[in-house]
Structure formats: structure tokens, C-alpha cells
Write a protein that binds this ligand. Structure first.
Ligand SMILES: Nc1ncnc2c1ncn2[C@@H]1O[C@H](COP(=O)(O)OP(=O)(O)O)[C@@H](O)[C@H]1O
Ligand SMILES: [Mg+2]
Length: 221
């Protein structure tokens, strides 16, 4: 037995192309312990995003895990059927991407999105889900959360949207969050705030983080 939350062993990701097979990740191994923050730094094209995508089961086809294995709480997750993996994603592993608009649906209020995520993964009433959603928004530093919860993503600034995405990633109380360049699209002036928020909230909620960035300043923080 091992105490790791996530174990990545000899991971290989390939893209079949017309000109042969492109091996994008070759023999990647690492662990993340419960509550640990792991920083993954490297130059553009190094394979950071693919590593995160393989873990959350969202490699773009025809990309595929061609070797090695990924275990979450000891259970293999790299070969799960799509529906099974969809349950793991969100419930056990949350994701935060560079552009907050990737994670938010423009047609729904942020409250609807938070409540839906909470109710998909946790058995709580609609009323309780909304109460939790407001609390999460408050925790992420959104002022007047009771009112703002009924607004749409476009009514928030970029930094505020990324706070909403952090709330959404934490909504189902996952044990691991994969954050891929979560501050790269934001103003430099608010990048440090978002990183410290992410750190504090994950600590409060007991979530581990795989923090992907090309920015040494972000890793230093
Ligand atoms: N859809 C794709 N098709 C073919 N090759 C890809 C694809 N996505 C990524 N790659 C390859 O994988 C490498 C790593 O990509 P990525 O994980 O996005 O890098 P990083 O996030 O470190 O900048 C890229 O240099 C590219 O060669
Ligand atoms: Mg990347």
C-alpha cells in the first residue's frame, strides 16, 4: 500500500499521425500526496498540459495514453470508460484552465453552474446546494455573493471569473485539483492574489493541487 493520492507511473502519451507516431510524453513518473501542492514547471511544449489532460481523462483525440498508468487512491483511472471517468472528474479531481471562459457556460448564471455541479456530485437539496454555492463565492472573495450568484459570467471581470472557476473546481469537494496555467490569462497585478487564494482554499478544503505553469514567479509563490 502507498499513501499517495495520485500516482503517475511511466506515463506515455502518443499521437498517431500520417507520418508515424508522435510520442509527446515519454516515461513520466511522479506522486502527489493528499493535500500536497506540486508545481510543474517547464518551457512551452514540454508536455505539462498533456500530463494534466491525461490525469483528468481529457486528452484530445487521437492523443492517447499508450503506456504506463495513472492511479488515484490506488485505483487505475487511465483506462476507465468515458462515463466512469466523468464521475471521477469533478467529484474527485477538479480542473482549472488558463482561460476561465473554458470552464464557464455563458448561457447560465454562475449560481446555476455551481448548484448543478454540487447536485451532480453530492446528494444535497437545491436549497442546500445554493447555500454552499454562496459560501464558496464568499470564500473566493466575491463581494455581495448573495446578489452576484445570479449574474452571468460576462458580468464578471477576468480575475473575478477565475475566482468563480476556483469555486466551481472546489464545489464537489475534490481531493485533487489540476490547475493548468490558472493565472496566465490574467493581469500580472492580480496573478499573485489568485495563486494565494488557490493555495489558501485548497488548504482549507484539504485538496491537493497539481499547479502547472511556465512562470517561475508563480512557482516561487
Ligand atoms: N493535439 C496534438 N496533436 C499532436 N501533438 C500534440 C497535440 N497536443 C500537444 N502535442 C504535442 O505535445 C507537446 C506538448 O504539448 P503541451 O502538453 O501542450 O505542452 P505545454 O503545456 O508544456 O506547453 C507539444 O510540443 C506537441 O508536440
Ligand atoms: Mg500548456
Amino acid at each position: 500500500m502507498t499513501s499517495a493520492l495520485l500516482e503517475v507511473r511511466h506515463l506515455r502519451v502518443e499521437f498517431p499521425t500520417r507520418h508515424g507516431t508522435l510520442t509527446a510524453l515519454d516515461d513520466i513518473s511522479f506522486d502527489i500526496a493528499p493535500g500536497e501542492i506540486l508545481g510543474v514547471v517547464g518551457e512551452s511544449g514540454a508536455g505539462k498540459s498533456l500530463t494534466g489532460a491525461a490525469i483528468i481523462g481529457l486528452l484530445d483525440p487521437p492523443g492517447r495514453v499508450a503506456g504506463g498508468e495513472i492511479r488515484f487512491e490506488g485505483r487505475r483511472i487511465d483506462n476507465l470508460p468515458y462515463e466512469e471517468m466523468r464521475k471521477v472528474r469533478g467529484r474527485s479531481i477538479g480542473a482549472i484552465f488558463q482561460d476561465p471562459l473554458t470552464s464557464l457556460n455563458p448561457l447560465y448564471t454562475i449560481g446555476q453552474q455551481l448548484v448543478e455541479t454540487i447536485q451532480t456530485h453530492l446528494s444535497v437539496s437545491a436549497q442546500e446546494a445554493r447555500r454552499r454555492a454562496v459560501r464558496l463565492l464568499e470564500e473566493t472573495g466575491i463581494q455581495a455573493a448573495e446578489q452576484r450568484i445570479d449574474q452571468y459570467p460576462h458580468q464578471f471581470s477576468g480575475g473575478m471569473r477565475q475566482r468563480v472557476v476556483i469555486a466551481l473546481a472546489l464545489a464537489a469537494e475534490p481531493k485533487l485539483i489540476v490547475a493548468d496555467e490558472p493565472t496566465t490569462a490574467l493581469d500580472v497585478s492580480i496573478q499573485a492574489q489568485i495563486i494565494s487564494l488557490l493555495k489558501r482554499l485548497c488548504k482549507d478544503h484539504g485538496a491537493a493541487v497539481m499547479l502547472v505553469t511556465h512562470d517561475m514567479g508563480v512557482i516561487a509563490a
